[in-house]
Ligand binder design. Sequence first.
Ligand code: NAP
Ligand code: GDD
Length: 352
Amino acid sequence: MKKALITGINGQDGSYLAEFLLEKDYKVYGTLRRSSVNTTERIRHLLDESNLEKHQNPKKIHLVYGDLTDSLNVTRIIKEIEPDEIYNLAAQSHVAVSFDEPEYTANADGVGTLRILEAVRILGLEEKTRIYQASTSELYGKVEEIPQTENTPFHPRSPYAVAKMYAFWITKHYREAYHLFASNGILFNHESERRGETFVTRKITLAAARIAQGLQDKLYLGNLSSKRDWGYAKDYVECMWRILQHQEAEDFVVATGETKTVREFCTLAFRYAGIELEWDGTGIDEKGIDKKTGRVFVEVSREFFRPAEVDLLLGNPEKAKRELHWDPRQTAFEALVQLMVKHDMEYVKRIK
Ligand code: NAP
Ligand code: GDD
């Protein structure tokens, strides 16, 4: 039985990856940060409820308290588990927040990755342990090429992206210098019904569901013209696993090869919630108006603009398709928006 350690197991990707690896008969360990409230909502079904406090059900996932800013903790966890595979998903993952917390973001997202790599080296696990690093399309930032491939130069545009740039290169460096099996997955945006509520897609699908049910008046957004290559998180965790099963440690772009604006996402989400929007005005004055009633449901607010923006992301997933036999279009854009809205229509009804 292979042992996998997932840092950030209670995050969006961590929860899907844990399900995927359990299906494949892995023994799955995951790190959880101590919190004054319960943060296991996404993985509750993978825990033994009667044993929640100890987080120790042999048939399900095993939780250990962990924080990537604590090197002693990281080293001890890896020493005790001796994992065959480490998926380093833990991060302060919100780009806008990284402008407010740049030092913490550098510590967790940048140096945190170094702590894992160095622990594996110190413990002499170079031959045993394969490492997946959650790299990001944010590295391309002010893009120097469209679409972006594994060879496109990086131009990061946020403290988050700069921290992830360190993590990308230190992963590559440990591969070259110490022959660790350490790979970067350069993942473009991927969303789901488990997406954090302050990322734009989930913010939109939740608002569309609330507005459709008369529970919210308006949705305020930032840059409507920003373009993203949006895929489904469940499809993307499969590719993470494939990256570590590859014969050699390499870096891969994971994307759909299709890009849409925030405005397009919004129009479609409202449509699936039963509201047909039309857009009027430009820039800060642009509004999304209900065609039927003339009511303004979407407005632009300066609050959600960033000091520096990434205007357009579009990935070329050819290498992952060719070498990993991964299908980037398992869930099409329309299907993704539809499943998120369907989920949130139910969710909002349940909790109102
Ligand atoms: P997420 O939902 O925000 O999950 C992040 C996880 O990291 C959470 O479990 C969080 O724990 C944990 N974490 C945060 N700081 C930590 C620390 N100092 N020590 C230990 N754990 C910590 O993010 P996600 O969308 O699943 O993304 C997973 C990874 O992929 C992240 O590294 C992200 O940067 C990267 N990525 C994501 C995307 C995307 O579109 N989703 C694309 C490219 C790359 P708490 O619950 O306690 O906060
Ligand atoms: N969050 C948010 N809220 N974003 C908004 C809003 C809003 O109200 N209005 C417009 N946007 C725009 C952002 O400016 C950005 O251009 C785009 O919507 C997507 O924003 P997010 O959903 O916050 O995601 P992100 O692209 O910044 O970052 C995500 O994807 C990266 C991969 O490219 C995160 O998951 C990162 O962790 C990940 O690395």
